[in-house]
Design a protein around this ligand. Structure first.
Ligand code: SF4
Length: 407
């Protein structure tokens, strides 16, 4: 990857800069910056819109606004172009995805898209929290999880959760994003974890069925990924694939069991690593490699621990998804500072080896706000692997599977 710049005396490439921005955040941009850049680009002070930057090489990175504690800031040069600075020194020019009307829309039931769906980077529409997490409501949220922390706080106060969007609300937002405004290729569907043995399978199936009816699977250019907690009976996941999912993720988050029990108390108590593994391995065996995924929050356990889990999964055709821990605002085990670049360089290099060795293709296209797996694959493997042919084949197979299973 091309050398980019020097930050605090250290040479960094765009992916390393992404990691620094996720882990250290950025100062709150001035209202002028928001106003000027927001005229032509997708940039908003509203946290529900999860704004992102595009670094050189079109690396997508979440704009984690943390105020004055960050050394990074955003400015506008004399040429009118936005730049990123570190302690006042310009690091690089940056850009943003094009301006969108997505967040101004409402569904036919009157529900705003803002707060239900989030555009990530240039080609992803995510529904990050379609219903509350029951682990969090039981007081057992994962320590790093902001939405889970919100549900936990509401439960503690005895306040009700906002009403959940309907399947039709979700499908209308998908239709708008892929057909009306064409601002996305890939869809991610995620709700909070549920304690029932069926997990979220039935809810997800209803959403996928409705997306098929309202938007049409053949209109979605990329993949549909479903993030769910693992059901007690792994074969229940088959219904999620039959309803149109291209991939299903059951996120283990932390590989080390002892740390996982402390950081993710609800997940460990109600599901646990073994149940996650049963479902992930069932998917890999029944549907093939790259159909099952597991996200890890990387930066909370020693690299050798995470990498052992990543290799265990990759060897079996399960995609380890690398989500960089954002320490802002939610201490984990009392920590509020992420590891340095050496930690993440080691992770990046080993993950690239694992992806190549085991033929792992992480989800997405241009990349996600806080995950670096697709960036690693795009930068280090895609260019060497004739990936266009592989991706097109995967997409064609996915569309054919969905068409064949449609009623
Ligand atoms: S189980 Fe999922 S939604 Fe619930 S607190 Fe943990 S990460 Fe958040």
């Amino acid at each position: 990857m091309t050398l980019l710049a020097t930050v605090a005396g250290e040479e960094v490439d765009p992916l390393e800069l992404k990691i620094l921005l996720i882990t250290q955040g950025i100062q709150t941009p001035s209202s002028d910056v928001y106003e000027q850049l927001g005229r032509t680009w997708r940039l908003s002070p509203n946290p529900l819109e999860c704004s992102c930057l595009l670094l050189p090489g079109n690396i997508v990175v979440h704009l984690a606004v943390v105020g004055a504690v960050s050394p990074f800031s955003l400015g506008i040069g004399e040429n009118g172009r936005p730049f990123l600075a570190h302690r006042g020194e310009v690091v690089t020019e940056v850009s943003f995805p094009p301006k969108t009307e997505f967040y101004e829309q409402r569904t036919s039931s009157g529900r705003p898209f803002r707060g239900m769906g989030v555009l990530q980077g240039v080609d992803v529409l995510s529904f990050p929290y379609l219903w509350p997490c029951e682990y969090a409501s039981a007081g057992l949220a994962c320590q790093f999880c902001h939405t889970g922390g919100y549900s936990q706080q509401l439960a503690k106060e005895g306040s009700p959760e906002p009403t959940a969007p309907s399947a039709h609300d979700v499908a209308e937002a998908v239709r708008y994003a892929v057909i009306t405004e064409k601002v996305t290729q890939h869809i991610q569907v995620t709700g909070g974890a549920t304690i029932t043995p069926q997990a979220e399978c039935r809810r997800v199936v209803e959403i996928l069925d409705t997306i098929g009816e309202v938007a049409g699977f053949d209109k979605i250019p990329g993949e549909i990924s479903v993030f769910t907690s693992p059901p007690a009976e792994p074969s229940l996941i088959d219904e999620v694939f039959a309803a149109g999912a291209d991939r299903v993720a059951c996120d283990i988050e932390i590989w080390n069991d002892e740390l996982a029990a402390r950081i993710c108390p609800g997940k460990s108590r109600f599901a646990g690593r073994e149940r996650h593994l049963r479902t992930l391995l069932h998917i890999a065996e029944k549907f093939g490699p790259n159909k099952a995924c597991s996200a890890f929050v990387v930066g909370l356990e020693p690299p050798e621990s995470f990498l052992a889990g990543a290799e265990f999964l990759a060897r079996r055709g399960v995609v380890p998804v690398v989500s960089v821990w954002m320490p802002h605002g939610r201490p984990v085990l009392g920590r509020t500072v992420a590891p340095g670049l050496d930690f993440y360089r080691r992770v990046r290099d080993r993950i690239a080896e694992l992806y190549e060795q085991y033929g792992i293709i992480p989800p997405g296209g241009a990349g996600f706000n806080v995950c670096i797996c697709r960036d690693i694959w795009n930068q280090q493997i895609r260019t060497r692997a004739n990936c266009c042919q592989r991706s097109c084949t995967a997409k064609r197979d996915a569309v054919e599977t969905r068409t064949a299973s449609a009623p």
